[in-house]
Design a protein around this ligand. Structure first.
Ligand code: ADP
Ligand code: MG
Length: 375
């Protein structure tokens, strides 16, 4: 799903009538009856509340922040603080930057334990939790093979190269020392890459910064990972899932889901890829085979935080939609939408339309959830 994908407008209010009150009408009428003295006072008041937004290129992707600011100066300062935080995380965790702490791990951890900031240590440790619950589908050591691909240059490894590198792919060979915050590789040739979770983490950090500054309605997006803070002034945000065949066509979306106070991550085989001899080589790698994982074309996970939804959004590509739905349906607070290679859509239990009820039966409680009303 691409919802708030970075390259398309994301945060649009739901297109259906607002079931909550329209908060602007009463104050307008109230103002209309005021004297000119009051208008003077208003003129001296701070600039008017407004939606603000900004896009920047950070972490190799587009970062987008949209928020409702009672005071535009404070709103712009809050957006700048989020962007600054994303740059800080990128400098710490990028595998493209040779002097990042993550690159230091890749350079040294096969030789000796490498000490890192507790923040990076914790995220790497958390990554192994997602490896565990996804039965190894999410594995940051995928990079031991993943570095052999170069999508913009249309480069992919030979089968021989893959087989030579594959033994180094195994998250269980990451050795942690929680006292000294060191990480060591237990196998030669290992590499790690946080590209599958760091954007979600950065989005959560961005939302924490906005909350601390008193912002109550906002959208923060980095790549395929988004989080919605509050609602869109009384209406839910409307999140569109892009169609894998036409991901940039806003008129051809898979579905639209109204959401508030949630995170949502979409992974797609159309994000970074090239096609060769009828095979799509794309950026989500099956850690068991070293090949691009193709059991779905698009996977969207909805949940409480973007770190979690990012850590889960690669699973269906590797395990397949049915097995992944079994996992997601066992996790309270999480939902999923998958698009299979044949174009079929699969939903988790929380997003399924209610089953038709026998004639005369009383209405089932809770059948009018906004998510299930979208399809
Ligand atoms: P985005 O970065 O746009 O949010 P995704 O969330 O789909 O996209 O993450 C894709 C990235 O995840 C890849 O570019 C790569 O860095 C990383 N990755 C690929 N395969 C795996 C895997 N099996 N486990 C963990 N991370 C992976
Ligand atoms: Mg992501």
């Amino acid at each position: 799903m691409s919802l708030p994908r970075s390259d398309r407008p994301v945060g649009q209010p739901a297109e259906y009538p607002n079931r909550l009150r329209l908060g602007t009408l009463a104050p307008m009428r109230w103002l209309a009856g005021f004297t000119s003295l009051c208008w003077l006072a208003l003129a001296a008041a701070p600039a008017r509340a407004a939606w603000l937004d900004r896009t920047e290129a950070i972490m190799g992707t587009r970062v987008y922040v949209q928020l409702w600011a009672e005071d535009p100066d404070k709103g712009n300062a809050a957006i700048a603080a989020v962007m600054e935080e994303m740059r800080r995380i990128d400098a710490l965790m990028s595998h493209y930057k040779p002097d990042s702490q993550l690159s230091r791990i890749n350079q040294r951890a096969a030789l000796e334990p490498v000490q890192v900031d507790p923040e990076l240590f914790d995220l790497i440790k958390l990554s192994t939790h997602f490896s565990e619950i996804t039965l190894g589908a999410f594995d940051i050591t995928y990079a031991s093979v993943g570095y052999l691909y170069n999508y913009p240059l249309h480069v992919h490894p030979t089968e021989q190269q893959i087989q030579a590198a594959l033994p180094a792919v195994n998250w269980r060979n990451l050795q942690f020392d929680a006292v000294h915050h060191t990480i060591r590789f237990g196998h030669p040739g290992m590499r790690i890459d946080l590209g599958g979770i760091a954007k979600g983490y950065a989005v959560d950090r961005g939302v924490a910064i906005l909350k601390a500054r008193g912002i109550q309605h906002a959208l923060v997006t980095a790549g395929g990972d988004s989080r919605l803070l509050g609602d869109h002034l009384g209406r839910p945000w409307l999140v569109s899932i892009a169609h894998p065949d036409e991901p940039h066509n806003p008129d051809k979306v898979v579905t639209r889901i109204p959401l508030s106070d949630s995170a949502v991550s979409t992974s797609g085989d159309y994000e970074r890829y090239f096609d060769e001899d009828g095979v799509r080589y794309h950026h989500i790698i099956d850690p068991h085979t070293g090949h691009s994982a193709n059991k779905v074309r698009s996977a969207t996970i909805i949940g409480p935080t973007a770190t979690q939804t990012d850590g889960l959004s690669k699973t269906a590509f590797v395990l397949g939609p049915e097995k992944t739905l079994e996992i997601i349906n066992r996790m309270p607070d999480f939902d999923a939408v998958f698009v299979t290679p044949s174009g079929r859509m699969l939903y988790s239990n929380g997003l399924r339309p209610p089953k038709p009820r026998p004639a005369g039966a009383p209405p089932a409680p809770g059948t009018s959830s906004p998510a299930s009303s979208t399809h």
